[in-house]
Structures are given as structure tokens and as C-alpha cells.
Design a protein around this ligand. Sequence first.
Ligand SMILES: [Zn+2]
Ligand SMILES: [Zn+2]
Length: 229
Amino acid sequence: MKYQLETIPIWESYEAETECPLCYLEDKFEKYNLSFFLGGSVMEPDIRERVNESGFCPVHFGMLFNEGNKLSLSLMTHTHLRLVLKKLKKFENKPVAKNCSEFISSLKIIKNECALCNKLEETLKRYTFTIVYLWKKEEDFRKTFINSKGFCLPHFADCAAMANEVLTLKRKDLFLTELYQLQLQNLERIEEEILWFTQKYDYRNTDKPWKNSKDALKRTIQKLTGKTM
Ligand SMILES: [Zn+2]
Ligand SMILES: [Zn+2]
């Protein structure tokens, strides 16, 4: 599969020095898209079509709801609902009990789709590809990569899968070894940080310095789940 390169956002995400550059970009892209979906894009036929088809997952519906543009969201929600109804009406003249598996799988599709998740996934694939590409092509980036804080676990898995997809055997071996070392180092680092966070609750440690642990819980949750808090 061919992916488009996105070198500028990747460099920017590494300069931010967060627990995961891909989480950093995902958050940014998600925020941008909340206003995108509620702004002028409501009128763009291809976007409307995507939203009509997929709707949004509970998390993204919640975020869009809290953005405060109720008219745009209602317009999209209404036409999405109409399409859901249309899909269900296909079974009006087909007894559902006789077409049970088709019926159930169409319900699953209706439930699991999200226009924003889909868009995020496509973009994150391009970002992940760019990381692997820059590692291969630019010595400067490779140094930055090795000295970074690694990734959250889901994006760590995505990077490994991307390397498996696009690198030759020899390069893949090298990339995966470096990625694995980087990840292990940083999981050990954060393990110490959250341990110290718990130990700070001991009255004997009250006056000792926090070191890097003040926000260790937040960062550890992100490291494990990819969810920034
Ligand atoms: Zn991440
Ligand atoms: Zn979603």
C-alpha cells in the first residue's frame, strides 16, 4: 500500500517531547476535525455522505455535542438517522428470522462505524508510515527517534506493524530492535516514575522532591492506553 508522507507534523510532534508523538498528533487532528465536521464541511457533499453512512462513535458524538454547534450536529445526525432507517427497511419484506446472520451483521456495521475514527485512522497510518520512512532516510531523525520517549502501547504496536508492512527484512530487523529497546527503556522509566508517585504518599517522603513524578499517573495511563487525559 502507498502512503503519503507527512514530514512536517512528524518533526513537530517529536519537538513536543511528549510520551507519544502519535498521540500528540492524534489529539491535534481530532480537535481540528471537531470544528471541521461542525463547520463548512457540513455542506460538502462527500463529507456529508461519509457522515451519513457512518455516524459517530459515542466518544466523538459526545465531543461534537460539547462543541456547542447544535444546528450543524443536528443536521448531520438527522440525515444519518434517515440512512440507518433506510438500511433497516431493507428487511421489511425479508423476514428477519430467515435472514438472521445478514440482519445481525448489518446491525453490527451500523453500531461500529464512526466518520471521525475512520478519518483519524487513515491519517495516523500516514503519520506512522512517515516515522518509519524518516528513520530509514534521515540520520538526524533516527537520532531523535532513539532519544525520544518511545510510544504508547497501541501506537508502539502500530509502528511495529507498519515496519513489517513497508521495510525490507534487514531494515525491519534493525528498526524493530531499536523500537523494542526504546520502548522497554521508556516503560522502565515510567514504571519508576509512577512508583515514586505512590511512595510520595508515605509520610516519610513528604519532604523529598517529586522528581518527574507529579503527573506520572496521567502519563502512565497514556503510555498504557494511548488515551491522553
Ligand atoms: Zn500514542
Ligand atoms: Zn469515533
